[in-house]
Design a protein around this ligand. Structure first.
Ligand code: ADE
Length: 229
């Protein structure tokens, strides 16, 4: 799967892309993440400025339409796979596990990371990206949101997690739309807190029933909205 990130701050991704799971997925050739600096497509001006004041007044600056549209067209031409265009913005559809699963089957995602007050609205009219938000709060830019989104997608790609670490049972996932059951490891007892007896019983049927029950009670107590009506 290929990701093309369009950002004014490509270096924000340096640490993230070179660590642990992401680095391994890249080394294995399962994901290819290309960063592109929007400033390379700055219109002809001495400071390579890509933003300007909003018409009608108001605080902040907007990323300009020509720069963005030309950058997207140039980046799309770098690879023949079709792209799904995404813009990260607090105005977008909320990212959840279902959306991550949907995006994980795309061969290529092009991700627009906004800064300042965002993009000139004609970027949306012309490029028609899917607008995605990672939650009802405002970040300084789309870069951190892009990392969150990529992280949730990459772990779903076949071969990224080992079998022993399957994402199938994760909270909210296809195998379990509710919260996960609690887990324990050694020691069996610590400061008077014992591992539930059933988990030591070796009785797989009882263990499965206990886990099922934990999923239900936990979800009801913490996230009642996830239970089917
Ligand atoms: N950019 C700024 N805030 C954001 C959010 N909550 N989600 C996605 N992109 C953003």
């Amino acid at each position: 799967m290929r990701f093309d990130l369009l950002t004014l701050f490509p270096a924000i991704f340096d640490g993230y892309l070179t660590q642990s799971l992401l680095d391994k997925a890249i080394q294995k050739g399962l994901v290819d993440i290309q960063r592109h600096n929007l400033r390379e497509w700055a219109q002809d001006n001495p400071h390579r400025q890509v933003d300007d004041k909003p018409f009608g007044g108001g605080p902040g600056m907007l990323i300009q339409v020509q720069t963005t549209v030309e950058a997207v067209e140039a980046v799309e031409a770098m690879d023949s796979r079709p792209t799904r265009r995404i813009m990260l913005t607090p105005q977008g559809k909320r990212l959840d596990q279902r959306l991550a699963e949907e995006l994980a089957v795309c061969p290529r995602l092009l991700i627009l990371c906004g800064r300042y007050e965002g993009f000139d609205h004609r970027v949306n009219d012309i490029l028609e990206p899917d607008e995605i938000s990672i939650g009802d709060f405002v970040l300084n830019g789309g870069e951190v949101a892009a990392m969150v989104m990529i992280d949730s997608i990459v772990r779903l790609l076949p071969g990224v997690l080992g079998d022993e670490q399957s994402s199938w049972d994760d909270s909210f996932s296809r195998g379990n739309r509710m919260l996960e059951f609690p887990q324990y490891t050694r020691p069996r007892s610590y400061r008077g807190h014992d591992v539930p007896e059933v988990l030591l019983s070796g009785d797989h049927k009882r263990i499965a029933a206990w886990r099922e029950e934990q999923i239900r009670t936990r979800t009801a107590a913490r996230r009642n909205d996830l239970l089917e009506p």
